[in-house]
Ligand binder design. Structure first.
Ligand code: ADP
Ligand code: MG
Length: 470
């Protein structure tokens, strides 16, 4: 990849060491390029380099809160940045300098699951392409008008798999609980029927395995694996957009499973007919069962979610405080959860009670950006208008420069002006992976330094986007 060459740092055989701090500093500089300045200052700046042992990069953080946050949100950028400097991607391990004073209240919650289930899951781990999150259970799922149908359908599917709603198709934008609900189904099924053959995976993984099966000339093994299950759950099926051959393969998988009354559950960021260039025969099959949209949560549901998330961390968030946060953050569940983590972490660190002034301090970043939040739609609208391309073209696989250039600009602007993750930006602009987005943003950033026309275009678009978002 181009960007690897640019660093100009000699890869020394010995790698990073405390005496050899410039490699770590260079890594930090690379991270800074990938994330927003306030994210860098709030989190990454607290890390200290400890040592590099073989392929592991050991860092330390002053407390658990920062470690958890970085593990969850910045592990990828850190590893990618280190890869640019070291020439290979290290495993990043963050140690904590001080043990927490109240371990129960700061570490992530341990679910109250039976040991039997835990053992069962261990045995079956290999069946899951993605490790199930222990907290994504029906018990932890807050039901409101926004997700009532999806929730009821998920329960019905567990009661009567293959017959209640087949397929079950959940769609809605990011952070509204699609993955949580799908994994709840897996947990519940495993609890009921220990021998059930359940396959839960991301659509990306389905695509990758299909490609590698073709390359190895071993399509039979691939087919066997996907056609001999009791239940298949594929997350983010919109990733099939524009992938004709995989769509064709999936069509046959679907038919085999469906005809055998095996349960199929799919999630997507868009309704079936809105997935770019999805074959009609798939669109119609996806609608055979139940298609339901997960909506943004209303105020009462937001309050309930905030309180549930606090409880999972063995803390109580009083009504007034929960209502205050819910009135400020009205986008999605992921943001709500992020707010709870921040507020509780902040209260622990400062050793203070959770009250409104504390919440205002803890969430000052979020509340500011919340008020003037730029969305991916704002970016898309400006680019579509300025270049005269269509949204479907931006989201297509076309590589012609007339399309790929505006697409790269859109990705760059999305990285600069919004705090969507690389994955989210890639997903929005046609189901591309995070490296494509990184590459695009990097390329535009570098080119704009030497191309004044491009620079002017970017400034112009930025102005338009900020104006549109008011
Ligand atoms: P999606 O797959 O739709 O993007 P996720 O399932 O990943 O969304 O949800 C994002 C976060 O919000 C997760 O941490 C999840 O536990 C939480 N969440 C979403 N919906 C609910 C809900 N109804 N109750 C409790 N937590 C929820
Ligand atoms: Mg998801």
């Amino acid at each position: 990849m181009l960007c690897r060459v640019q660093g100009g740092i000699e890869k020394t055989g010995s790698g990073m060491s405390p005496e050899n701090n410039h490699l770590w500093n260079e890594t930090l500089a690379q991270v800074r390029e990938m994330i927003l300045p306030h994210q860098y200052h709030t989190w990454i700046e607290h890390l200290t380099f400890q040592e590099q042992s073989d392929r592991t990069l050991i860092l330390s953080s002053p407390n658990y809160f920062i470690k958890e946050w970085i593990d969850k949100n910045y592990a990828n950028p850190l590893a990618m940045a280190a890869e640019k400097v070291l020439g290979f991607r290290p495993v990043v391990e963050i140690l904590v300098e001080e043990p927490p004073s109240e371990p129960e209240s700061q570490t992530s919650p341990q679910p109250k699951q039976t040991d039997a289930l835990r053992v069962e899951e261990k045995k079956r781990q290999s069946e899951f392409e993605i490790q199930l999150n222990r907290n994504y259970t029906f018990d932890n799922f807050v039901v409101g008008p926004c997700n009532r149908i999806g929730h009821a359908a998920a329960l019905a599917v567990v009661e009567n798999p293959g017959h209640a709603y087949n397929p079950l198709f959940l769609h809605g934008s990011v952070g509204l609980g699609k993955t949580h609900l799908m994994q709840s189904i897996c947990h519940a099924m495993l609890q009921r029927q220990e021998n059930a053959q359940i396959l839960y995976l991301s659509c990306e993984s389905f695509v990758n395995q299909f490609i590698s099966a073709i390359q190895k000339g071993d399509i039979e093994t691939f087919r066997y694996k996907y056609r001999h299950v009791d239940m298949i759950l594929i997350d983010d099926i919109h990733f099939l957009a524009n992938k004709e051959r995989t769509q064709d393969e999936f069509f046959h998988t679907f038919n085999v499973l469906y005809n055998a009354h095996k349960q199929i559950i799919l999630s997507s960021d868009a309704a079936p007919k809105e997935i770019p260039s999805l074959e009609d025969r798939l669109v119609s099959r996806f609608k055979w069962g139940l298609v339901t949209q997960m909506q943004a949560p209303d105020f009462e549901t937001r309050v309930a979610i905030l309180q549930r998330k606090a409880k999972l961390r063995n803390r109580v968030l009083p009504d007034k405080e929960a209502q205050f946060i819910a009135s400020k953050i009205d986008t999605n569940m992921r943001e709500l959860e992020g707010a709870v983590v921040k507020v509780l972490g902040y209260a622990s660190l400062a050793n203070r009670d959770v009250d409104i002034p504390l919440i205002q301090e803890a969430l000052s970043d979020t509340l500011e950006t919340q008020q003037k939040k730029i969305t991916l739609e704002h970016v898309k609208d400006a680019v579509v208008e300025s270049f005269g391309v269509k949204l479907s073209e931006l989201q297509s696989k076309r590589r012609h420069k007339s399309i790929s250039h505006p697409r790269q600009i859109a990705m760059f602007l999305a990285r600069e002006l919004t705090d969507y993750s690389l994955e989210e930006v890639g997903g929005y602009f046609g189901g591309r992976d995070h490296t494509t987005v990184m590459y695009a943003a990097d390329k535009i950033r570098q080119n704009s330094k030497i191309d004044s026309t491009l620079m002017a275009t970017l400034e112009n678009l930025t102005r338009q986007i900020k104006k549109a978002q008011g």
